[in-house]
Design a protein around this ligand. Structure first.
Ligand SMILES: C[S@@+](CC[C@H](N)C(=O)[O-])C[C@H]1O[C@@H](n2cnc3c(N)ncnc32)[C@H](O)[C@@H]1O
Length: 273
């Protein structure tokens, strides 16, 4: 079976698999190192307190809830995701955290957004573009629904840089590639953004990279491996017994304080002209 990105094809997943993605998205948002990457671009966005913000591919809404809870942003935000179960979870988390009246969640497709042109002051895609069926069309839509002078932020991993330490370097590098291919429709898309963004009237304001690295112990990459290794097995990308050995070795390395994993993440902040 060919690899099928679980976020791109989220509507094909059963309830148990969906709940595992909910757990992954929530745990990742609480991971201090990963959360800091959102904080970094939000600080530079300088959203006016009354701004209108859209997140495409909002998942369980962890980013919008965080923005509603902290800082000076008191404006309206809207989260769009293609999956009804994920949107239901987003509503439920927002109600529980007391921010349900500040955020609106709706089911929709990032390739065909159901908003008039120029509706928002800022539009963000936080780890969506690596999963999109057609990244260029998503960027075109983000550029359309932001107002002239408004900001678009695209944040995602460069999953060809994703790597875990493993004593058998040859298998380790095949496993790195299998994980990237099983999990992401577009593992190298962040390298194409300078060209793609300029095609849609978006002017680059700032861009930077961060290496998310865990050495000794792992939390972000522990949950990453636990969530996505089953998709490597499901797609038969590598022999199951060897993948299981790899996973056991990662768990042992964490217990022994000998773990290593790293992936580069990039942020592009662009302005609609
Ligand atoms: C990795 S999750 C990121 C969720 C959220 N942005 C976060 O950072 O927690 C990717 C999300 O994008 C959604 N998604 C993928 N393709 C989409 C599309 N074409 N339209 C809307 N949502 C999409 C998936 O359903 C999934 O919830």
């Amino acid at each position: 079976m060919a690899a099928r990105d679980p976020h791109r094809y989220i509507n094909e997943l059963d309830e148990a698999a969906l709940q595992r993605l909910v757990v992954r998205l929530e745990s990742r948002a609480m991971d201090a190192v990963f959360a800091a990457l959102l904080d970094k671009y939000v600080a530079r966005l300088k959203l006016r307190s009354s701004a209108r913000l859209l997140e495409v591919g909002c998942g369980t809404g962890a980013n919008l809830r965080k923005l509603a809870r902290c800082g000076d942003f008191k404006g309206e935000s809207v989260g769009v995701d293609q999956c009804q179960t994920i949107i239901d979870a987003a509503w439920s988390f927002a109600q529980t955290e007391g921010v349900g009246d500040r955020i609106m969640f709706q089911v929709g497709d990032a390739h065909h957004l159901d908003f008039p042109s120029g509706t928002f002051d800022a539009v963000i895609a936080h780890t969506l573009i690596s999963h999109a069926a057609d990244p260029a069309l998503v960027i075109k839509e983000m550029a359309r629904v932001v107002r002239p002078g408004g900001m678009v932020v695209v944040f995602d991993g460069d999953y060809s840089s994703l790597t875990f330490g493993y004593p058998d370097h040859d298998f380790g590098s095949r496993m790195d590639a299998a994980l990237a291919n099983a999990t992401f429709n577009n593992p190298r898309i962040m390298r194409d953004l300078p060209r793609l963004l300029s095609d849609y009237g978006l002017e680059l304001v700032a861009a930077w990279g961060d290496a998310l690295t865990e050495i000794g112990n792992g939390s972000y990459f522990k949950s990453f491996a636990e969530t996505y290794v089953p998709y490597v097995i499901k797609a038969s990308l590598l022999p199951q017994s060897e993948v299981e050995n790899w996973m056991n070795d990662q768990q042992k390395a964490m217990e022994d304080g000998k773990f290593f994993a790293c992936c580069n993440y990039y942020t592009y902040m662009v302005r609609r002209q």
